[in-house]
Design a protein around this ligand. Structure first.
Ligand SMILES: *Cc1c(COP(=O)(O)O)cnc(C)c1O
Length: 398
């Protein structure tokens, strides 16, 4: 198994967590060699999640921009409305194989909590979700969804009462209950082997997209673009093209109100090396190493760290990482609604905004593949509040 990505990754955890991590490593190594495991995973993705997800060419938007053709990988069409379910299905299968009967998870905006509660119901497993107390208030509809699906939601009041504190609390639960409990991590972060496990389960995105591009367009895209919170939808997309050096890989971080304001979540762009949630990674932190509060209009990108593999891809120059502000993301959101009849998640709107910047200069023969990681139904209230809160400038010219 892979434990390090360059200098990043590893297992910076308490002694008590080493045994469950080793057990997970061994179980996953074995599952990966088992064709039956892969077949069951693929079967659930097909019959329950609704894969494969299509590629939609954004024709009117591309024509409006006057340049490259923009292709959307439609993870928003998955059951539960985002890419996260690919990973929770895989980890729930792994839990069952290991004889663990209880699932726990952390969640920020609530999307990973919903995806975990969903598979817990599907597999008939009890499920407990840790969520920052502030997020419980901000994301009430997702709390209701989790409860509807039979999960128990614990509001965490420690620290800043947001995602990083929820993750600490989930790790604490796991230490005390690892005999019968599986910790379902929602992104390519955390101690090894989680970043590799989550990457493998999400790599279905890139595998499908690569084949779909070749079938439909007879060639690979010039650029593959995805938003980066913890980095799981981006790594899933990149995995399909990592060995194709002609495909430029672009990760998009949340620029919030602008890097100069300090109100953002751009861990790779402005963070420094540190340790968070069991892995060495790029972090938003003070000079003394305290984790900084992050901000983005999209709750799903609001994480102070980032998956270790992204830090490495950045260092070796295989992928580049850019920043899109709230204003730019909301303008892209509006554009996709009006030009294509698709309401995207605010997270995904960051990737789309980057594609819209690049399309005009790439020329009419260019192909830009954007991972549309989720749908925007969950963001309605947020968008309305954002638009009501005064002039932010820019509306994609429509
Ligand atoms: C959670 C989420 C993200 C961010 O998570 P990654 O691990 O970076 O992919 C992006 N888009 C949507 C729709 C999400 O729900």
């Amino acid at each position: 198994m892979k434990t390090h990505y360059g200098i990043y990754g590893g297992q910076y955890v308490a002694e008590t967590l080493m045994a469950p991590l080793k057990e997970l490593e061994a179980a996953y190594a074995e599952a990966r060699r088992d064709r039956g495991f892969a077949e069951e995973f693929e079967g659930i993705l097909r019959d329950y999640v609704g894969r494969e997800s299509p590629i939609t060419e954004a024709k009117r938007l591309s024509a409006h921009l006057g340049g490259a053709r923009i292709l959307l990988k439609r993870e928003d069409l998955n059951h539960t409305g985002a890419h996260k379910v690919n990973n929770t299905v895989g980890q729930a299968l792994l839990a069952r194989r290991m004889g663990k009967r209880r699932l726990i998870a952390e969640t920020g905006a609530g999307m990973h909590g919903v995806a975990t509660a969903t598979v817990a119901a599907l597999f008939g497993m009890p499920c407990e979700i840790y969520m920052g107390a502030i997020d419980v208030e901000r994301q009430a509809p997702n709390v209701q969804r989790m409860q509807m699906l039979g999960a128990t939601v614990h509001a965490v009041s420690e620290g800043s009462a947001t995602l990083k504190d929820a993750m600490n609390e989930a790790l604490r639960d796991w230490v005390s209950n690892c005999d019968d409990t599986f910790y379902v991590i929602g992104t390519v972060a955390g101690p090894a082997p989680y970043p590799e496990i989550v990457r493998d389960f999400q790599s279905v995105i890139g595998r499908e997209a690569r084949r779909q591009c070749l079938e439909r367009y007879g060639r690979l895209p010039d650029e593959a673009i995805a938003c980066v919170g913890g980095g799981s939808n981006a790594i899933g997309l990149f995995a399909g093209f990592i060995d194709d050096p002609e495909v430029r890989l672009v990760g998009v971080e949340a620029g919030g109100r602008g890097l100069a304001t300090g109100e953002h979540a751009a861990s790779i762009n402005v963070g420094r090396i540190g340790v968070l949630h069991g892995a060495k990674t790029m972090l938003l932190q003070t000079d003394d190493g305290n984790i900084l509060d992050t901000y983005s209009v999209s709750a799903g990108l609001d994480y102070p760290g980032v998956g270790p593999e992204h830090c490495h891809l950045h260092d070796i120059g295989r992928a580049e990482y850019t920043v899109i502000t709230d204003d730019e993301a909301v303008a892209a959101f509006d554009a996709l609604c009006r030009f294509e009849g698709i309401i995207p998640a605010l997270e995904s709107s960051h990737a789309l905004a980057e594609a819209m910047k690049r399309a005009p200069s790439l020329g009419g023969d260019g192909l830009i593949l954007v991972n549309l990681s989720g749908r925007g139904d969950k963001d309605m209230e947020n968008i309305m509040r954002y638009k009501a809160s005064g002039p932010h400038g820019g509306n994609a010219g429509i």
